[in-house]
Write a protein that binds this ligand. Structure first.
Ligand SMILES: [Zn+2]
Length: 193
């Protein structure tokens, strides 16, 4: 059972998932309003009993930064926790992804970088060596096999061309790591739920 809370912007668009303690403190500070509580669950303190928040909305509109932050977690989520060369997606018996068995591969190897930049073979454009467009998820065997070569030199084919997620895809990434509780579903875009 989740204790997480879906935080919505003042226009009811999803912002992020927050810990229930954070949500309760935002409620007590009157920064957010309760939209939906978890059915049949309550938070009890010596002085009050509150419905357990499932969805809350900001009272004041917060501007989205619009950019999805570049991180190992987000690259893994973008790539569906699957090696972008062989498609292998290590999972536990219950189907949970096992990120510890996956690595980050520089498509154009670090050794080919100049001044921290590499030139993408498909566009001829220079990008930072460690960035959305030059990093993909790879299983260990593929990463070892590829080593400091370009994919074609290693006779490997990328399944997708890596890119920065759009803000819309970013919303989906936000929710790709959590099981979506029933109570949230009315407030999420179709694609995320
Ligand atoms: Zn692989």
């Amino acid at each position: 059972m989740t204790h997480d809370v879906l935080l919505l912007n003042a226009d009811y668009s999803p912002v992020r998932v927050v810990d229930w303690r954070r949500a309760v403190s935002l409620l007590l500070d009157e920064k957010v309003q309760l939209v939906a509580g978890y059915e049949g669950r309550q938070i009890r303190s010596p002085s009050a009993t509150l419905p357990w928040p499932a969805v809350v909305t900001l009272r004041q509109y917060a501007r989205h930064r619009g950019k999805v932050c570049f991180s190992r977690q987000n690259v893994l989520a973008r790539d569906g926790w699957a090696c972008q060369y062989c498609g292998e997606s290590p999972r536990s018996r219950s189907g949970r992804p096992l990120p510890s068995l996956l690595t980050m591969d520089h498509v154009v190897p670090r050794a080919r970088s100049e001044g921290g930049q590499v030139v993408l073979p498909w566009s001829g454009r220079p990008v930072p060596v460690t960035s959305w467009e030059n990093i993909v998820t790879a299983c260990r065997p593929c990463n070892q096999r590829k080593a400091a070569k370009l994919p074609e030199e290693a006779k490997m084919v990328l399944r997708t061309r890596p890119r920065r997620p759009t803000p819309w895809e970013g919303v989906r990434l936000l929710f790709s790591r959590v099981a979506i509780p029933e109570e949230w579903k009315d407030y999420l875009p179709e694609a995320a739920a």
